[in-house]
Design a binder for this molecule. Structure first.
Ligand SMILES: NC(=O)c1ccc[n+]([C@@H]2O[C@H](COP(=O)([O-])OP(=O)(O)OC[C@H]3O[C@@H](n4cnc5c(N)ncnc54)[C@H](O)[C@@H]3O)[C@@H](O)[C@H]2O)c1
Length: 366
C-alpha cells in the first residue's frame, strides 16, 4: 500500500461526524488531529472518535499533516483555506468554496502559487449511481443530451439543524447550500456550463427555528430562499433548475436528463446511491443496476481520499478547486441574472473530473 497521508480537520460541527466515520473506510487517510475555533467542539469530536484535539495554530505547524480538511461555515472557508495554504498544506474545503467567486478565486490562485492542491466538496458525484449515470450517458444510452431538470426544494433547514442561522446569511441560501451537489453532478454528467439565466426571491425576512436547542428562536434572512433558472451547457444542453427553502413538498425527480434517444432519471446528488431509470419514446422506465462501487452508504470523505491518493501517485484529483470555482461562478450567476435581468456568461471552463473505473475495491479510487 502507498504511504498514508496525514490529515487534520478544522471545524468540528454537525457534518464533521460524517467525515470522521467515513474516513475509517479509506486506509490511505491518517487522521492526525481535529481543531475548531470552539475548543469544546474539537474536544467533543476528539473524545467521540479517539482523536487528538489541537489548536488551529498547532495543527498548521504540524509537519505530519499534509491535507487540511476545512469543515467550517461557508463565511470562513476562504479565510481558513488561505491560512492552511500559507502554512504549505493541501486543502479540501466543504462547499461552497467561498461565498463569492471573487474571494474563492483568491484561494485557487494562492494554492496554485504555493504549489499545493485545492479540493472541495461535494464528493457525492463519486457515488456509484452518479458514475454509472455518467457512463450510460457517455456510452450514448440517451443519445445526444438536449435538456433536463434539477430540483431541490424543501421547507428549510431550521427544522433539523442545531445551529441553522448561517443558512440564511450571506453565503447561505438554497443555491449555495444545495446547488453545489446539483451543479457539480451536472458538470460531471454533461460538462461545463456556458451561461445562466435566473430569478431569485424569498418568502420571508425572518424564519422560526423549530429544531433543538434553538427551538422558538427567530433568525434573520439575508439571502434569496427560492432560486430558479436555466443553465445552458457548453455542449448546448439546457437544464431547468430550482433550489428552494420555501417549498413545503413537491414531486419532481432530483435530476432528469433528456436526449435524442431516451431519458434518464439520476438519483439525489446529495447521496452516493439510488435508483437510475432509463426510458425511450417507445419503452417505459426501467431501473438500471449500478455498475460502480461507492453506491451504498456514506463515503463523504472520498474526495479527500482521492486527493491523498493523487498526491502519492502524481495524478490530478477529481473534486478540484477549479471544478468548485466553476460551480460557484454558476451558482452566483443566478442572483446576478436576477438583479440585472440579463443572461450571465460563465468564464471558467474546467475539465470534467476523470470518471471512476468500474470495479475498484472499496477504499481505493484508481
Ligand atoms: N450539516 C450538514 O448536514 C452538512 C452537509 C454537507 C455539508 N455541510 C457543509 O459543512 C460546513 C459546516 O457545516 P456544519 O453543519 O458542520 O456547521 P456547524 O455550524 O455545525 O459547524 C461549523 C463549525 O466550524 C467552526 N468554525 C466556524 N468558523 C471557524 C473558523 N474561522 N475557524 C475554525 N473553526 C470555525 C464552528 O465553531 C463550528 O464548530 C458548511 O460549509 C456546510 O455547508 C453541512
Amino acid at each position: 500500500m502507498v504511504e498514508r497521508v496525514g490529515i487534520g480537520f478544522i471545524g468540528c460541527g454537525n457534518i464533521s461526524a460524517a467525515y470522521l466515520k467515513a474516513a475509517a473506510g479509506f486506509p490511505i487517510l491518517d487522521i492526525r488531529g481535529v481543531a475548531d475555533l470552539n475548543a469544546d467542539a474539537a474536544n467533543a469530536r476528539a473524545a467521540e472518535f479517539g482523536l487528538k484535539a489541537q489548536s488551529i495554530d498547532a495543527m498548521l505547524a504540524d509537519p505530519s499533516i499534509e491535507i487540511i480538511v476545512n469543515l467550517t461555515i461557508p463565511k470562513a472557508h476562504v479565510e481558513v483555506g488561505l491560512q492552511a495554504v500559507a502554512a504549505g498544506k493541501h486543502v479540501h474545503s466543504e462547499k461552497p468554496l467561498g461565498i463569492s467567486t471573487a474571494e474563492a478565486r483568491k484561494l485557487v490562485e494562492a494554492a496554485k502559487a504555493k504549489g499545493v492542491r485545492l479540493g472541495s466538496a461535494p464528493d457525492t458525484f463519486f457515488g456509484g449511481a452518479h458514475q454509472t449515470s455518467r457512463k450510460l450517458i457517455d456510452e450514448g444510452a440517451i443519445g445526444t443530451p438536449i435538456a433536463g431538470t434539477a430540483f431541490f426544494m424543501c421547507p428549510g433547514h431550521e427544522r433539523w439543524h442545531p445551529n441553522p442561522g448561517f443558512y440564511y446569511l450571506d453565503g447561505g441560501g438554497p443555491m449555495l447550500d444545495m446547488g453545489p451537489y446539483y451543479v457539480t453532478d451536472l458538470v460531471n454528467l454533461l460538462g461545463p456550463v456556458a451561461r445562466v439565466a435566473g430569478v431569485a426571491t424569498k418568502l420571508r425576512d425572518e424564519r422560526l427555528v423549530t429544531s433543538e436547542p434553538l427551538n422558538g428562536t427567530r433568525i434573520p434572512v439575508e439571502v434569496a430562499t427560492h432560486v430558479a433558472g436555466t443553465l445552458q451547457f457548453v455542449s448546448g444542453a439546457v437544464v431547468t433548475i430550482a433550489m428552494s427553502f420555501d417549498v413545503p413538498r413537491h414531486q419532481h425527480s432530483p435530476i432528469e436528463l433528456y436526449g435524442s434517444a431516451g431519458s434518464i432519471l439520476v438519483p439525489d446528488p446529495n447521496h452516493f446511491g439510488g435508483d437510475i431509470k432509463l426510458a425511450t419514446a417507445s419503452d417505459d422506465w426501467q431501473t438500471v443496476p449500478t455498475q460502480h462501487g461507492y453506491a451504498d452508504g456514506n463515503f463523504r470523505v472520498i474526495g479527500v481520499a482521492d486527493m491523498a491518493e493523487a498526491i502519492r501517485t502524481g495524478r490530478p484529483h477529481r473534486a478540484s478547486g477549479d471544478l468548485a470555482l466553476h460551480a460557484l461562478e454558476v451558482m452566483e450567476a443566478f442572483q446576478r441574472s436576477s438583479d440585472t435581468g440579463e443572461h450571465i456568461t460563465i468564464a471558467s471552463r474546467p475539465e470534467r473530473p476523470a470518471a471512476l473505473p468500474v470495479g475498484v475495491a472499496i477504499g481505493a479510487l484508481g
